[in-house]
Design a protein around this ligand. Sequence first.
Ligand code: B3K
Ligand code: ZN
Length: 863
Amino acid sequence: MNPTIYLKDYKNPNFSVKHVSLCFELNPEKTVVTSSVRYERQQDGDLLLDGEGLALQSIALDGNTLDKSQYELHDKGLTIINPPQSFTLDIITHINPQANTALEGLYRSSGNYCTQCEAQGFRRITYYQDRPDVMATFSVEIIADKATNPVLLSNGNPVESGNLDDGKHYAKWHDPFPKPCYLFALVAGDLAQVEDRFTTQSGRNITLQIYTEAHHIHQCDFAMASLKRAMAWDEQRFGLEYDLDLFMIVAVDDFNMGAMENKGLNIFNSRLVFASPETATDDDYIAIEAVIGHEYFHNWTGNRVTCRDWFQLSLKEGLTVFRDQEFTADMHSRAVKRIEDVRLLRAHQFAEDASPMAHPIRPASFVEINNFYTVTVYEKGAEVVRLYHSLLGEQGFRKGMDLYFERHDGQAVTTEDFLSAMADANNRDLSQMQTWYEQAGTPRLKVSLDYNKSSQTCTLTCEQSCPATPESKEKKPYLIPFKIALLDDSGNTLADESTLLITKEKQSFTFENISSQPIPSLLRDFSAPVLLEYDYSDKDYAFLMQFDNNAFNRWAAAQALATSTVLSLVENPDTSTRIINHAFKALIANTNLEPALKAKALSLPSLSDIQEAWLNTHDTMNPVVLFEAKKRLKQNLAKVLQAEFLNTYQAMQQTSDDDTVDLSDKAMQQRKLQNVCLSYLASLGSDMLDLAYDQFESANNMTNQYAALAALSHQDYPQREQSLKAFEAQWEGEANVMDKWFGVQAASSLPNTLNHIQTLKQHPKFSMKNPNKVRALIGAFAMRNPLNFHAEDGSGYQFIADSVLELDKLNPQIASRIVRALMDWKRLEPTRQALMKSALERIANAQGLSGDVAEIVNKSLGG
Ligand code: B3K
Ligand code: ZN
């Protein structure tokens, strides 16, 4: 097992670096990397260089080859023993990109070369102080065969290029902005490009380019338009302008995550670039715009100001997610965006906070940093940034951001520096915000209301607590901005919206002149990432669904009502669903509601949400029972409101004379509602499935085609097979669309799905080496197929264990994502608990497990 690294052990690097020169002679199996680095001593000690999987060829200090007594070579790097005050070190290494299936460092995708260096991939390229607090300017020369690699790219600006002997050519790049090596990138290969321009607010002309394989280049226009919107938005909202003259994006098919913000040369998973109405759903479009924005926004929050060490990851990720959330909210519906973000947070981050992997947004220790690119660091991190925004307002937040850049441009800093900038710019004591960075776990906020008719006062009493998590048992109170309003029983406001500041464990707030018993609208817009506890009745929820004038809270009430009904159905299958039936009926009939908000409110809570709610009052759960109860509620609503769903379904359908697909917000919203209705209707089976089949057959866009296929995928329906075959035949040449095809089959609740997945693993378009394929087939089974994954004989768990062991040899990062599906065995009922645990133990006992997987497995088994 690899050692645990602690934040408290942080030490400055012994040497700083001004400039790095790199030369790559590209060859699939033997690439020669020559690095020449100028070091300056900062404090006593040896020079510690990280390096993994490198074949060292030569090493020279100020031109003199070092003899074996002057350095130590070990499997994690190279130590230069007691070097002088300042010197230049020249190192030549050989690496093998072709054999690199971990997709970290320099590797090959579809025959092209690309890199991924965050967090610690640069050490797989050359020996270097691979840590973000070492910032340097970079010059890069790339030499390669011209016929197979006509395009040669790296960070910054192109300096020079030309032909060489033997059919080779070269290109030189220079990046004038000092950067940590995790932002280094190189791309080479046979790539087509689209080009555009952007003029900044100060009048500078920027060239924008997107590169990918030629047969996909026609699908890059939306990504380009998104980039331009993001650039304009960052200027308007934050006054931040792009700094180089060239900004490039490269789309590749083999990528461990979504995208990477390398300086001036973003590399993207192609599924977050390619968009055409026939191949991408509306959700894909929105995601592409958001991630293009996210990576672009990193240029300031991440690149110009970077992290001192990897414990500070949320400094750049939480902040940049907050920025991309605001970008999407400004481009589309703010309420819809807030709902989606909170839904994601509650479904995945709350679960992570309750799991053996619970960690603060700034962890205090880790074994493998790649395991900490989590929903906690990203999404809860963004919620914490949002807290400053709630506390300080838009202007105050902007002042804080401005001071942050003024103080720290060109530096590698900590979350404390961010907190200080926010506090100092606004003359506020925000020291209590520190708790959010140091404690894991989802805070509980228990609220009670006391109305006194004779004095016409109403008192809200708020008590906060936080369950024990691995890093701390006793919790300090958080600073919680708590946005509320008080309503009367016709929905009129008794107390206007206000934000209460909760700082203590227990606090009361009294409102005057309250003329009748209020119904509180609490935690509006989800003003803090807490679990709200208030003794609402189902009737209250139904009331709030209809009358709360906060759109987000109307949605939250619908979710809460559905959750409460599901839990009642689990306890007693004969529970009356009258209240939710009526509430949903009123919801569908409400003509004042934009279709997307209606669609959100009609969508039942995620199973994960329901599980968390169940576990609030139980020690263990049977996920299948909870799944079945949710399904019963859905079918029951579909039956009772069939006519309403059908009418709405038809009303939302769009026709166009020329078969073009309308990509306006309005059209996307309508498709959303149409397909939520379809999903309810299809749950009834029989002739309602013909509706889905007709939609599948006639769709001219992927949103409708995919929604119909998904609806059919759970049903034993004569045309199910035929539809899957037709989809396969139509899209076998589009890798990203095929992922949808693998995904719907992997998530199917029909029996025998696991056998079918085994067959699909042999499909010519499937590959264990491609992360998107693994996520589509194996990830979807583990995350989106509760019925089969939790099969009573443990076959689902064993399949995941087998897959993890197979993947771990190829790509530990991906294996380590998948293994998390087995992590929460302690929360299951005894039979499944034992089965899942034994699958996990089988992994734990395997030989040669990666540090990535071992860390998760050990945490889960309590090691
Ligand atoms: N910073 C990258 C993530 C790198 C993940 C390394 N395992 C993408 C992003 O958050 O923008
Ligand atoms: Zn990011």
